[in-house]
Design a protein around this ligand. Structure first.
Ligand code: SF4
Length: 68
C-alpha cells in the first residue's frame, strides 16, 4: 500500500519568487494562502518585511481667501 504524501495546498500568487517553493508547493507551510491572508508570509525569502513608512502629510499651502 502506497503511502500518500500529506495533502498540501498549492502556493499562491504572492509566493512567486520564494525559495521555499518546491514543486509548486511550499515546503514549510501546508496552506500558503493562510500565511498571506494575515499579511506577509513570515517565511518568504523574496519579500523583506516591510515596515510601513509613516505617511508623510504633505502640507499643501492653503490659500487664504481674502475677505472683502
Ligand atoms: S514560505 Fe511563504 S512565500 Fe514562500 S512559498 Fe511558502 S507560503 Fe509562499
Amino acid at each position: 500500500m502506497a503511502t500518500q504524501p500529506p495533502v498540501k495546498n498549492p502556493i499562491v500568487e504572492k509566493c512567486t519568487g520564494c525559495e521555499n517553493i518546491e514543486g509548486g508547493h511550499c515546503r514549510i507551510w501546508a496552506v500558503p494562502a493562510a500565511k498571506w491572508r494575515l499579511g506577509v508570509c513570515p517565511s518568504a525569502t523574496h519579500v523583506k518585511l516591510e515596515v510601513k513608512e509613516r505617511e508623510e502629510k504633505v502640507r499643501v499651502g492653503q490659500q487664504k481667501q481674502k475677505k472683502k
